[in-house]
Design a protein around this ligand. Structure first.
Ligand code: ZN
Length: 156
């Protein structure tokens, strides 16, 4: 963990804060395992006292299993990040947490947490080696065997 990233105080930063990051591990469940480190190219700007803007890119490759054939496949994530950052204390005022807003304790800001959240939000729900991998086709087969079924249904 020599590359572990420490938290920093966003309230005392000199802006813009530019970061070139390499994350070697990730604390997310139910997704593939990292093939490469996660590369993050992040710029945080100050908009107003309680409002920050985060822009950049997050790139990584996971190895996951195709949900149909269970073969290992690579999942490439190339994300453009464009977020507003607010203190987590403001989350209640905003009502339900907003899209495109990342809430965190600004005095102990952890960029890894932001990157992980972005990866979790953008990780595909369905992982398949190809669109139609082992797609079960009983319905199509049935249609072939009964080419007039639809017409009969209409008549009935
Ligand atoms: Zn497959």
């Amino acid at each position: 963990m020599s590359n572990s990233i420490k938290t920093f105080n966003l309230r005392e930063g000199a802006f813009p804060i530019k970061m070139d990051l390499m994350l070697e591990d990730i604390d997310l469940q139910d997704i593939g395992r990292l093939k490469d480190s996660i590369r993050g190219d992040i710029v945080i700007s100050l908009i107003s006292k309680d409002l920050f803007h985060c822009e950049g890119s997050i790139n990584t490759v996971f190895v996951d299993k195709c949900q149909s054939c269970l073969n290992d496949i690579e999942v490439n994530l190339n994300l453009s990040t464009n977020l507003v950052i607010k203190d987590e204390k403001l989350m209640m005022d905003d009502g339900s947490s907003q899209d495109q807003t990342h809430y965190q304790d600004l005095e102990y800001f952890d960029i890894k947490q932001l990157i992980q959240e972005e990866v979790a939000l953008n990780y595909p729900n369905i992982v398949k080696c190809e669109e139609k991998c082992l797609e079960i086709k009983p319905i199509k087969k049935e249609e072939k065997n009964f080419p007039f079924k639809k017409i009969r249904d209409l008549i009935d």
